[in-house]
Design a protein around this ligand. Structure first.
Ligand code: DLL
Length: 433
């Protein structure tokens, strides 16, 4: 179902008129209220009056995580704190967390974006939504919660963790929709198997997964093991939280960007020059309606491209293919660019290998080495050494074929790699770069 038919199917020409009007108003407001942005625009020699067409957005300076850090915690808010009703922050694995704020209107816009997203996944008010995204500073839990309530679903605010209890509750309450990170969904599938609970003992029919990269192979695995449809949802705190883009259940091919609220660009990941349609690069977002924490040309570091084809679902919004990597989790191993998702792709194609893995990077002298630790199934693990060796060799060859690098493969016993309750940690980089 399309939640907001008028907006989501708006003809492109009309949409562009709305986008331009909103962009102009947004730029004006930011310029008038945030000295930091005003300075940056002055330095770039651009003023709000210069934005006459959508293409003029290219004249505006980018915003990066660095800008957010410099203004920690509230320096980039465009409204006084009296008008802020919610604050979230990203965990910040490196350095300071980034802090974002929302007014009442931002929260209701966000609830609508999430209601649109869940509707695109086929969720209706008759559903019982098991929300296992973390509640707290992370935007996943509350962001998804408000959207599901907006639709009128019965929401179970279970948050992450305590997997056995989660399974019990899904079973007892008859949850029909699961919201979690894809890695946690697999974690739940493992726990179900341990408890002897079969998919047919549950009423789950669809899952809406995001907050971390996951491959097509991983989607198949989740769909098979939980017997559900697995839909990809994308978002980031700096721009909104979950609900910036969503796959439709009709196509499951590319995520529709909520373009009436977020303007997307793709830029070259090295030169930051805008790229022609269809070319892969870094995703950049400008918010068009956010009040408390708007961003102009925020560089996400996520890699994707734009699909402009009309979609059979009827939505006119452009799509972006699944985000499978970030410019900053790209590993450079002996000069070769490697994304963890590429290694995941190889692993998930191998029989007997479990979808739990970690990549450890070391530097010995001046040479980088990479070890892929991956769990194998119980049967494989207790099989003969020869079988294990054969499997290790196969993975090594497949990685070599795909990426041209030699990786050491360590097959480890089931359940030995730490499970996540939220975002999985795939890479341990021990190099002191
Ligand atoms: O992860 C918001 C979110 C919550 C999205 C729940 C979807 C579901 P942050 O913690 O700020 O916000 O992390 C944002 O996570 O820049 C991507 O690198 C990554 N990411 C989010 N969704 C996807 C996805 C939330 N579907 C960062 N596929 C983003 C790949 C994703 N990566």
């Amino acid at each position: 179902m399309i939640w907001n038919e008028k907006q989501e199917t708006m003809p492109r020409e009309e949409l562009e008129v709305v986008q331009l009007r909103r962009l102009q108003a947004q730029v004006e407001r930011i310029y008038a209220t945030v000295p930091y942005y005003r300075q940056k625009m002055n330095d770039a020699g651009v003023s709000p009056g210069d934005i006459k067409t959508l293409a003029d957005i290219r004249r505006l300076p980018f915003t990066t995580k660095e800008d957010l850090r410099k203004n920690y915690p509230f320096g980039l808010f465009t409204v006084p704190l009296e008008r802020v009703v919610r604050i979230h922050a990203s965990s910040g694995t490196t350095g300071q967390p980034t802090v974002v704020g929302y007014t009442k209107r931002d929260i209701s816009m966000w609830a609508e974006m999430m209601a649109r997203s869940l509707s695109a996944a086929g969720v209706t008010k008759s559903d019982i939504v098991h929300n296992a995204y973390g509640y707290g500073l992370f935007t996943g839990g509350l962001g998804a919660h408000y959207g599901a309530e907006e639709i009128g679903c019965a929401v179970i605010p279970i948050s992450g963790g305590n997997s056995k209890r989660q399974i019990q509750i899904m079973k007892d309450f008859g949850s029909t929709v699961l919201l979690s990170t894809p890695s946690y969904a697999l974690n739940l599938a493992d726990t179900m198997a341990e408890m002897g609970v079969k998919p047919s003992d549950l009423k789950l029919r669809v899952g809406v997964f995001g907050a971390e990269p996951w491959s097509e192979q991983m989607r198949q695995e989740i769909e098979k093991r939980l017997q559900i449809k697995a839909i990809d949802i994308y978002g980031l705190s700096e721009v909104l939280g979950p609900g910036v883009a969503i796959e439709c259940v009709e196509e499951q091919h590319g995520l529709h960007i909520m373009e009436d609220h977020f303007l997307a660009e793709i830029v070259d990941r090295d030169t930051f020059e805008p790229l022609p349609v269809g070319e892969k690069g870094e995703l950049v977002f400008t918010t068009l309606t956010k009040e408390a924490f708007p961003v102009i040309r925020y560089r996400t570091k996520d890699i994707s491209h734009l699909i402009r084809d009309v979609c059979t679902c009827g939505r006119s919004f452009y799509r972006m293919p699944k985000v499978t990597g970030r410019t900053d989790d790209m590993l450079i191993i002996r000069g070769v660019n490697v994304f963890p998702s590429q290694i995941e792709e190889v692993l998930m194609k191998c029989e007997g290998v479990e979808p739990h893995y970690q990549i450890v990077v070391e530097r010995e002298g001046s040479l980088d080495s990479i070890e892929v630790q991956v769990e194998v199934s119980e049967e494989v693990f207790s099989d003969e050494v020869k079988v294990l060796e054969g499997l290790g060799k196969k993975i090594q060859n497949d990685i070599k074929d795909l990426l041209g690098i030699s990786a050491k493969i360590k097959l480890v016993e089931p359940k030995s790699i730490q499970r996540s309750e939220g975002k999985a940690k795939r890479v341990i980089d021990n190099r002191k770069l």
